[in-house]
Ligand binder design. Sequence first.
Ligand SMILES: C[S@@+](CC[C@H](N)C(=O)[O-])C[C@H]1O[C@@H](n2cnc3c(N)ncnc32)[C@H](O)[C@@H]1O
Length: 287
Amino acid sequence: MKINTDQPIFHERTAVTTTIASFWDRISEGWNMVWGPHIHHGYYENAESLSPLEAQVKLIEKLTEMLVINQHSHILDAGCGMGGSSIYLAKKYNASVTGITLSPNQVKIATQKAALENVPNTTFKVEDALSLSSFADNTFDLVWSLESCEQFYNKKLFIEQALRVLKPGGTFMLATWCSDREVYENQYANKYKKLCLAFDLPYMPTIEYYQQQLKECGFKITSSADWSQRVKKSWDVGISLVNAYSLVKILKISGWRGLRFAYQIKMMRDAFKENRVKYGVFLATKP
Ligand SMILES: C[S@@+](CC[C@H](N)C(=O)[O-])C[C@H]1O[C@@H](n2cnc3c(N)ncnc32)[C@H](O)[C@@H]1O
């Protein structure tokens, strides 16, 4: 078997959208109980001991260190989950943030959380990041996409849309899981396919693929890095968190899909350990 990582394994748009929406609808509340509001890696330097939440906030801080954000910034959080980043950015910088996700349940959780924390400068809605049809051209100063692009069934369409909705001079922050090579064969192809199916990733291209797409779409790349070594500990942390819960409890809070996900965490831990998955962080400007 041979698989190219720049082409979707599954690409029927409606089926992918429905699967992803129902996955997050089903497991978000359980995730919030076990992990908290952020659905992304933590950032670990040296041997520091951070709680999972502290490490996740540190990842956001490391990303924002590279950006200019202030009270005038209008931000699109593309694939906003339960609003973890949106609420952080709105609170810390007093920026206006619009979060979009495929999951109505995530919109509900994020909206309630923003109201509870008194963050009126956020809005959440169901919208497909690949069309962004309710947003006019040149609307945002920053498009923030933290660990959502791996679930997009057409990466190029999203990059084109990000370019369209950004103002000239605006910044695109893309942090996403990437493959370590363009083509997998035999047992590696098999492992790649299993991983993609387990995590609802239509495909997972390389860091070089993203660099090329960003350039071809018209972005000017200002930074491109691999943070795998900084984030991979998150999977061991995730396994310990899940191990603290009984199977019955996981089943109760997030159903069969949540239970299946809990088992699948080990697959991703191993993929990071074997350097089959990279953590690409790209910053790019709209000319
Ligand atoms: C792993 S979660 C990351 C959530 C959030 N960025 C965070 O860091 O907490 C992936 C998110 O991407 C969203 N997503 C996946 N495909 C999408 C699409 N085509 N359009 C909009 N959102 C999408 C999912 O609904 C989910 O909210």
